[in-house]
Design a protein around this ligand. Structure first.
Ligand code: IVH
Length: 711
């Protein structure tokens, strides 16, 4: 093959793989194969530099650092959006557009998650990326072309659309694509820990990280940052006529741009409201930060009729989610000792309301976290609260420093028992290693009496503290030695209350074996692993004598967990504790219990395709993970199930069909969990083979609830 032909073939193949990997999230070759193609292309280009084209996949990082960014005037202003902070404001917006368009006229809406990144305008001439500019003030932005070229999900060259479904089958002569450059939350956290380790700047949130990464004068730095792109609209376009937002998004997708899968076209305002509200809770499960939902009138004719006021189009609005970040003053840093002896630094804050909840304490993780972010006592700090997660201090607002702030360091002694604290060479945490430390014991008792463990009604933090401080108990087994006499003279503890507490303690002896394992508080051993251990070993003695090799052989137990289990039982005081518990009459043997519901899908890999009737993708993923399974993005021989939503037929479906991978719908998924539950709830039959659900279904058939009844 002549060189030019080979170069073109290689570039086409690599472009296609990039598109599959970065845009569709469905790679069809492995990293090694991809690397081999890139290496071949680089080698050929090195031999024939005259044949290098600017849109070659090797040319994402080509230019030298610049002195400063050139200004770019946007040919069409980049607008901003008016906000609706609640349902009423959204309804008021709707009433206004209704009035302007006429009460009778049907209106369709496009709803889009409002990704928190930074807006870009990227121009393509004859299908090639020419200029990429930031939004700037909406009229003039900065030319960041070399940097944007390093973002893999931004095509350097447009894909020729195949047309159909109102999608024009041509590449436009010129098009300005608008969208958001952003960073996923996980990538942002990873970047921050790398930055901290290198002593570099820490970013306050994914938005700042994206902005900071894009506005680098050296594109090599941008290239190393995990930036992504979503396209959501267009500026000037020539050679193609588009008539609606929905059609535009489909066209952008066809040209090779990533378009958010969660975008919907809705035909009634009620649905818009429902979508916005449903998203308030979904937001917690997203891979990226979204600060609201953008609601747009779909038809371009209607958009033109509604027009723009100042900078805000009347045809769109941002329904904003409650803020999750705020600023306040860090008054003190206190150290709490956890049940494993871990020293947890916590921030005492001036109370601040974030998303409707008052926050007065927040986690600071560990000493490295505080030092790498240079968080000082007295600092103004950014505090973040997301969903159920404990609020955390993100970092200081250094511009607000007065010079009065005091650096902090980890105390050298445990604040509870006064023993010296200890840090393993490569670990981030300090521990109080005194087995008799009262603070640790209080936490261990709290854990023991908790819902997921022995669930002792009437005993909580207050009682745990009381028992420990009065020297009534020295380990959790001592709870079972308590008598009414021990409470004598304690104010607030009358006969009835005492009887309740003691009854609660006695009742806990009836709890199944796996709860006792949870209660022991072995690191990394929660309900799922406890249930697996019980199913495998059936008695505490058997678990205690298992080796790491035995343990890792159990699907769902990794080497780290195995190590923790062995370490726990090697420790003599823990073995003594187990004997005491057994002597006290607790249940130290048994078979699997309904708690095994948590393990029904252990070792099973799912791929999701299409929208499910009542579960979001994130909720489905959570459900699968909560039962021990995992979710991956592409179908392979290793996939156990394809979870199919509406309108199956895409590439994942076809591949699963070819490989004969069982398919389940949402009902089927629930049945798998339920079916396994009943299967494992009873005593385990000798020689029980593979769980029934592992059988491969006939090619392409959907395993629904009924089909699992033959268990
Ligand atoms: S549309 C009139 N759609 O929000 C149209 N903007 O305040 C204006 N944004 O600067 C933009 N996701 O950075 C639009 N799906 C989306 C968006 C979105 C995020 C940002 C964008 C813009 C700001 C508008």
């Amino acid at each position: 093959m002549d060189v030019e032909r080979e170069l073109n073939a290689l570039r086409d193949a690599i472009r296609e793989h990039n598109y599959r990997y970065y845009v569709l999230d469905e790679p069809s070759i492995g990293d090694a194969e991809y690397d081999a193609l890139m290496r071949r292309l680089r080698a050929l280009e090195a031999e024939h530099p005259e044949l290098i084209t600017p849109d070659s996949p090797t040319q994402r990082v080509g230019s030298a650092p610049s002195e400063q960014f050139a200004k770019v005037r946007h040919p069409q202003s980049m607008l901003s959006l008016a906000n609706a902070l609640n349902r009423e404001e959204l309804a008021a917006w709707h009433a206004r557009i209704r009035r302007l368009l006429g009460e009778e006229e049907p209106i369709a809406y496009v709803v889009e998650p409002k990704i928190d990144g930074l807006a870009m305008a990227i121009t393509y001439r004859h299908g090639r990326l020419t200029v990429a500019a930031t939004r700037g003030d909406g009229t003039v932005g900065e030319d960041v072309t070399p940097n944007v070229r390093t973002v893999h999900s931004v095509p350097l060259r447009l894909r020729p659309p195949t047309g159909g479904d109102e999608i024009p089958a041509v590449v436009p002569e010129q098009i300005e694509v608008r969208g958001e450059i952003y960073m996923r939350i996980a990538d942002f956290e990873q970047l921050n820990s790398e930055q901290a380790a290198a002593g570099e700047k820490i970013f306050a949130n994914p938005r700042n990280a994206a902005a900071g990464s894009l506005r680098q004068l050296n594109p090599q730095i941008t290239a190393g940052r995990p930036l992504r792109f979503f396209a959501y609209s267009i500026g000037p376009i020539s050679g193609v006529r588009l008539t609606s937002q929905w059609q535009t998004l489909a066209y952008l997708r066809a040209l090779g741009f990533p378009v958010n899968d969660d975008i919907r076209r809705l035909e009634s305002f009620d649905e818009v409201v429902r979508y916005c509200e449903a998203w308030m809770s979904r937001r917690e499960h997203l891979a990226y930060e979204a600060d609201g939902i953008v609601v747009k009138v779909d038809s371009f004719t209607q958009q033109a009729e509604l027009g723009v006021v100042a900078r805000d189009p009347r045809w769109a609005i941002a329904f904003k989610f409650p803020a999750r970040e705020s600023m306040t003053t860090l008054r003190e840093i206190v150290v709490n000792v956890g049940r494993t002896g871990r020293m947890n630094p916590n921030a005492v804050l001036d109370p601040v309301v974030i998303g409707g909840v008052t926050v007065a304490n927040a986690t600071l993780h560990n000493e490295d976290y505080i030092l790498s972010r240079d968080i000082r006592i007295g600092d103004r700090v950014t505090v973040k609260r997301s969903g159920d997660v404990i609020p955390k201090v993100v970092g200081p607002v250094t511009s607000a420093r007065t010079g009065e702030e005091r650096p902090w360091c980890m105390p050298s002694e445990c604040p509870s028992c006064g023993e010296p604290v200890h840090r393993e060479p490569d670990a981030a945490d300090y521990y109080c290693v005194n087995a008799a430390c009262p603070a640790q014991l209080v936490r261990r008792v709290e854990h023991w009496v908790g819902r997921g463990a022995l669930d002792i009604v009437g005993v909580g933090e207050e009682q745990a503290r009381l028992f420990v401080e009065r020297g009534l108990i020295h380990d959790v087994a001592d709870l079972y030695t308590l008598t009414p006499a021990h409470f004598e003279g304690i104010t607030g503890y009358g006969p009835k209350r005492i009887a309740n507490i003691l009854q609660g303690i006695v009742a806990s002896k009836e709890r199944p074996f796996d709860r006792l394992i949870v209660g022991l508080g072995i690191r990394s051993v929660g309900e799922t692993v406890a249930a697996l251990l019980v199913r495998q070993y059936r008695s505490i003695e058997a678990i205690m004598s298992a080796t790491e090799a035995d343990l890792v052989a159990i699907p769902g137990v990794g080497p780290h967990i195995a190590e923790e289990i062995v370490r726990f039982f090697r420790h003599e005081p823990n073995r003594t504790l187990v004997s005491k518990l057994k002597a006290a009459g607790l249940c130290t043997e048994g078979t699997a219990t309904p708690a095994l519901a948590g393990a029904a899908l252990v070792g099973k890999t799912f791929v999701l395709t299409g929208a499910l009737p009542s579960l979001t993708r994130e909720a489905a993923t959570e459900l699968i993970e909560a039962h021990g399974g995992s979710v991956t993005s592409s179908v392979s021989k290793k996939t156990d199930y394809l979870l199919v939503g509406d309108a199956p037929g895409g590439s994942k479906y076809i591949k699963a069909q070819q490989l004969g991978i069982p398919m389940v719908d949402e009902v089927g998924l629930r049945a798998l969990i339920g079916a396994e539950l009943s299967l494992r709830a009873g005593p385990r039959a000798e020689g029980e083979g593979q769980p029934t659900t592992e059988r491969r279904a006939p090619s392409g058939s959907i395993v629904a609830a009924q089909m699992n009844l033959d268990l």
